[in-house]
Design a protein around this ligand. Structure first.
Ligand code: NDP
Ligand code: HSE
Length: 428
């Protein structure tokens, strides 16, 4: 096959420009690997006149991404605009309906509309590839759909938002509060236009939704993921957790249990000496567990021009080779309907609270825990002043309901100052 694969690229921002640069720089090598040249035919963005630092000569320009997606002279529509609806959705639909395969980095679009779009792709005999949408440059979709195709995937975990990992690790290394590091991240340009997508855990939950659907071969709605962001993580917790041998991470966990799918994206503690605990800065890490392979760990840049464009190129080269893996790794009709587990599996918890410094205070807390069926594993009281004492407790495994009941019971002990903090400790 020597006919070129013809691309239409919508979106010439960080990722789109990265794709153009790689295709220009590595054209010969890509053609050799793909078995045919890969050519850009036309591009689209909002502002035609903007200098993007890369030559666009030789490419047609379309003001309208939908018009680009419908062109007869492209084989693959590459959507790199972003957004869960609007032009991204309309143009992907137009591309599929007019017989094109789609490559996208748009996790928001797929987490919300992916199953519908995958059905639409199948009806047209096409596919949607989205390696770049999950963990940027890490080839995790390829790992799941190809390298681990013979495994039943049992658990998927990971740090999937580089911005949150930057904020949490920087808080620890600089001893700075959340608000100060949030501003630093903003100045460095790490935050999405809507920062809630990052710090609210939504962006990472989009990625977990896609990983769980492909990994478990199931219809996973975005609403199945329980989401909590990092806004309430304090420097006190990061430092106290470190003293107990843990680090705080915004961790995604998806696992199949007898009670259904458990999927959550939330701040939790992991052992400091585990691969996830040692992950610093804006890097991503995805941990996959399969019944045959055991555990594998993938680490790398989860964002940025080069890494994200690298993942887009992986999908493009696959399509040029004629490799058309179904959007979710298997046809949509084979994807199972999922029951969502009503509650998370029992886990140890980290508790931090401030108690009145008087006889019997700690005993009242221990009693409240005991009466709710929560057993103490380790406990520490440090740096008390004349009136209050900070207390750290690590529990044995407890159900979320028992833990919640204990937190409620603390209120009537009469010794608690302020609100206690509880964070799940994940078994990684
Ligand atoms: N940046 C990253 O590191 C990563 C990004 N992604 C995903 O990749 C996608 C692109 O991200 P990124 O490159 O950072 O985004 P940017 O904001 O840098 O670029 C977006 C591009 O889309 C164009 N665009 C926006 N709206 C329209 C529209 N209505 N019609 C035509 N063009 C439009 C913009 O045009 P103009 O330039 O004229 O304004 C711009 O060129 C998103 O889905 C994002 O979530 C995924 C992983 C990592
Ligand atoms: N905002 C995302 C970009 C990559 O998806 C992050 O920080 O990881």
């Amino acid at each position: 096959m020597t006919e070129p694969l013809r691309l239409g690229i919508a979106g010439l921002g960080t990722v789109g420009v990265g794709v153009v640069r790689i295709l220009r720089r590595n054209a010969e090598m890509i053609a050799a690997r793909a078995g045919r040249p890969v050519e850009i035919v036309a591009v689209s963005a909002r502002e035609r006149a903007r200098d993007r630092g890369v030559a666009l000569t030789g490419y047609d320009w379309e003001d309208d991404a939908v018009a680009l997606a419908r062109r007869d002279d492209i084989d693959v529509y590459v959507e790199l605009m972003g957004g869960s609806d609007g032009p991204a959705k309309a143009s992907v639909e137009a591309a599929l309906d007019s017989g094109k395969d789609v490559v996208t980095a748009n996790k928001a679009l797929l987490a919300i509309h992916g199953l519908d779009l995958a059905g639409r792709a199948e009806a047209a005999g096409r596919t949607i590839r989205f390696e770049a949408a999950v963990a940027g440059g890490i080839p995790v979709m390829k790992a799941l759909t190809e390298g681990l195709a013979g495994n039943e995937i049992t658990r998927i975990m990971g740090v999937m938002n580089g911005t949150c990992n930057y904020i949490l690790t920087r808080m620890e290394s600089a001893g700075l509060p959340y608000e100060a590091v949030f501003e630093e991240a903003n100045a460095l340009g790490y935050l999405e236009a809507d920062p809630t997508l990052d710090v609210g855990g939504i962006d990472a939950a989009h990625k977990l939704t896609l990983l769980a659907a492909v990994g478990f071969g199931a219809r996973v709605p975005f609403e199945a993921v329980q989401i909590e962001g990092i806004e309430r993580v304090s420097i006190e917790d990061i430092e106290a957790a470190a003293r107990m041998g843990y680090r705080v991470k915004l961790l995604g966990v998806a696992q199949m249990t007898g009670r259904g799918l458990e999927a959550r994206m939330s701040p939790c503690l992991v052992p400091a000496n585990s691969p996830l605990g040692e992950l610093d800065g804006a890097t991503n890490m995805v941990v996959l567990e399969g019944d045959a392979v055991g555990q594998i760990v993938l680490q790398g840049a989860g964002a940025g021009e080069g890494p994200t464009a690298s993942a887009v190129l992986s999908d493009i080269v696959d399509l040029a080779r004629g490799l058309r893996v179904p959007t979710y790794g298997a046809p949509t009709k084979s994807l199972g309907e999922l029951r969502t587990a009503a509650a998370a599996s029992p886990a140890p918890y980290y508790l931090r609270m401030r108690l009145e410094d008087r006889p019997g205070a700690l005993a009242r807390i221990a009693t409240a825990l005991g009466e709710c069926g929560v057993s103490i594993d380790r406990m520490r009281q440090t740096g008390h002043d004349d009136i209050s004492a900070p207390v750290l407790i690590v529990t044995h495994k407890a159900s979320a309901a028992d833990l919640q009941a204990a937190l409620e019971a603390f209120k009537s002990t009469g010794v608690l100052i302020g609100e206690p903090v509880a964070l799940r400790i994940e078994d990684v």
